[in-house]
Design a protein around this ligand. Structure first.
Ligand code: ACM
Length: 639
């Protein structure tokens, strides 16, 4: 009797479509409300996408159909209609009745027969975001070209109501230090919209390259877009010889930018252009040296050191003058020309003027600056910088755009209409908001995705670290400020050490998931363990999509100290739960038959290296870490 009941149970469990409990749904960012039901919607051979609404909604239906067809080989029929039908996905624009989705939001109802996605008529972005959620409910093969049979395309029954916490959900890509092509930028956009990012900030100019065609200033790209190609650790390269070819680089033509802007707009992404002034301007000066307070011969930087950071902190100076001269009227004519074209090319309402890390040690010494200070009654170099920023704001405002800048634009007094992007922590953003200015939060401590995401013995070297768990603690809205002024936040990918798009992906994911969730989901829904389980499901999707990501959350964490004067003590931990950490001191490769870490370890006196690896369920999940004892000594402070 028992045996036959078990047999029936097993039979029912293996029967597709039987109303058993489905595995938990894993959507990133976590929706506001999600109630999972039982059973599945399954494709029939004749899937249709019905839409109510205008041409824009039809285009979103087309986007969904393309994704489905590419992955499944099933070509959905797209038609206009007013009601769902069996085997259909219905994209419905509902009126402004109470309870309808907020701007950017949507509701999604999956039943065994139909899928209904609803957004406000004036809110196609909500429909687009809803489509992204729906695609996350599909089997992971939707991300690949693996054709499952129609019955295998199962979408779990669920009710979702969702809307974003912040309107500005950004990623910044530095295309100056390393150049990324138009197809690569489009691919980056494709990946970011899956996680409901809606803004791509392009850092278009820096000391290492000017990446935007300015037709009235042709040398910017004839000269400024090219440097000597170097490989290794950026910032530590030997200075290039005068005859080394300057063949590395590239730039976006006006046509390229129009193409990127159009592609982004079709995916509800705004492009924020950044032209970084008055510092970070070697590429501009290599093209037009007369814009410096110290005219001479300049070259685009190829990764050799020229900024010095005593103590590694906020203080710095340049061994080269990489700044535009605030006392030179030609500089403002130049900036006017640049922003005339920038304003025409980029429809987004804001232009970013940089403003960060301006080394002023050359300003200090020039007669021109001293004369400007006297004339304009500027009492220090902060005020000189502020004078410059205020003039730049006037230029930008005259083009019908709002100005945003890094938080250094607060120094010496904020320009009257400026928005602030707070990167040196949150304090600049808080101060700006208290002064009544708009703010975007992108603090280094939580949102700098150029930083290493694990231990320096494994990760490509960068001067600081940001683990996934820390990124997941990003809270963009500080207490005590007007929430209406905090527009949102973004993660920034500086690319000094990012030589190619595969590595850009590695640096972006999964920390991009954490930032997406901080910017979209309700604060009270934040749950690290639940997030990790969803991240793991999305790793499978990234694998299917052939997008690289960092597995650093599986690697061990070292905490090193000393006992007496010469004994090294190592504590090991993991970022996520449920892993065991195995180690060796005898140079052999540890596996799960080696000792599992439980209490602090004393490093044997004559050991040369400690090797560490993490396991889960008898399978290696982390990467092998080889920690030289010399490095442990350094970390312990033993000479
Ligand atoms: C910055 O990271 N220099 C804005």
């Amino acid at each position: 009797m028992r045996k036959s009941l078990l047999a029936v149970g097993l039979l029912l469990l293996s029967f597709p479509g039987f109303a058993q409990s489905n595995p938990p749904i894993a959507v990133i960012p976590q929706p506001v409300y999600l109630l999972q039901g039982k059973g599945y919607f399954t494709f029939s051979g004749k899937l249709s996408i019905i839409f109510s609404g205008d041409e824009e909604i039809r285009k979103i239906a087309g986007h969904l159909a393309t994704r489905i067809e590419k992955a499944s080989g099933i070509k959905p029929v797209i038609k206009k209609g007013t009601a769902a039908e069996p085997n259909s996905i219905f994209l419905k624009t509902a009126g402004s009745r109470a309870g309808s989705p907020a701007p950017g939001g949507y509701t999604l109802e999956v039943t065994p027969k139909t899928i209904t996605l609803v957004s406000l008529p004036m809110n196609p972005a909500g429909m687009f975001h809803g489509v992204q959620t729906l695609l996350q409910l599909f089997p992971k093969e939707i991300e690949s070209n693996t054709h499952l049979s129609p019955r295998q395309w199962k979408i779990p029954v669920v009710t979702i109501q969702d809307s974003p916490r912040f309107g500005w959900r950004g990623l910044m890509l530095d295309v100056s230090r390393h150049f990324f092509t138009v197809p690569q930028v489009k691919d980056y956009i494709d990946q970011m919209v899956k996680y409901k990012f809606n803004l791509l900030h392009l850092h278009l100019t820096d000391d290492q390259g000017w990446r935007l065609q300015i037709k009235s200033l042709p040398k910017l790209t004839e000269v400024g877009a090219w440097r000597v190609e170097k490989t290794g650790t950026f910032g530590r390269f030997s200075p290039p010889a005068a005859d080394e070819p300057r063949t590395y680089g590239g730039f976006y033509t006006h046509e390229d930018i129009k193409e990127i802007v159009r592609y982004a707009a079709e995916r509800y992404v705004d492009i924020l252009p950044e032209i970084d002034f008055p510092g970070h301007s070697l590429a501009a000066l290599a093209s037009y040296p007369e814009l410096s307070c110290t005219p001479g011969t300049y070259a685009v930087n190829s990764g050799e050191q020229f900024m010095i950071w005593p103590g590694g902190g906020q203080h710095f100076y340049g061994t080269l003058d990489n700044t535009l001269c605030p006392a030179n009227e030609k500089v403002y004519d130049f900036i006017d020309k640049v922003f005339t074209e920038v304003a025409q090319l980029f429809p987004f309402g804001y232009i970013h003027m940089g403003g960060d890390e301006t080394a002023r040690n050359f300003w200090e010494k020039t007669e021109q600056i001293k004369a400007l200070m006297q004339k304009e009654k500027l009492k220090d170099l902060d005020e000189v910088q502020s004078y410059f920023v205020k003039r730049v704001e006037k230029i930008i405002n005259a083009k019908g755009k709002k100005m945003i800048g890094w938080d250094e634009i607060l120094q010496g007094g904020l320009a009257p209409n400026a928005a602030v992007m707070s990167w040196r922590g949150m304090k600049g953003g808080i101060e700006a908001a208290k002064q009544g200015h708009e703010v975007v939060m992108s603090p280094t401590d939580f949102a700098y995705i150029d930083y290493m995401q694990g231990d320096a013995v494994l990760e490509p070297p960068v001067y600081a670290s940001l683990r996934l768990k820390k990124a997941y603690q990003f809270e963009p809205l500080p207490e005590g400020v007007d929430p209406a002024l905090i527009k949102g936040g973004q993660a920034n990918l500086w690319t000094e050490q990012v030589y190619n798009m595969r590595h850009a992906q590695y640096m972006t994911w999964p920390r991009g998931f954490a930032i997406a969730e901080a910017l979209w989901s309700p604060k009270e829904k934040r749950n690290w363990n639940d997030f990790v389980s969803r991240v793991e499901r999305h790793f499978e999707r990234l694998d299917a999509a052939a997008v690289k990501y960092a597995p650093s959350m599986y690697d061990a964490i070292f905490e090193v100290s000393k006992k007496d004067t010469a004994t090294i003590i190592v504590k090991l931990a993991t970022e996520i739960e449920g892993l065991s950490v195995h180690y060796s001191f005898d140079n052999s490769f540890p596996d799960n038959f080696y000792p599992a870490y439980s209490t602090p370890l004393t490093v044997p006196k004559d050991a040369a290296a400690m090797k560490v690896i993490t396991y889960r369920d008898n399978k290696p999940v982390g990467r092998l870490m080889v920690m030289p004892v010399a490095e442990l000594k350094k970390r312990a402070g033993i000479k």
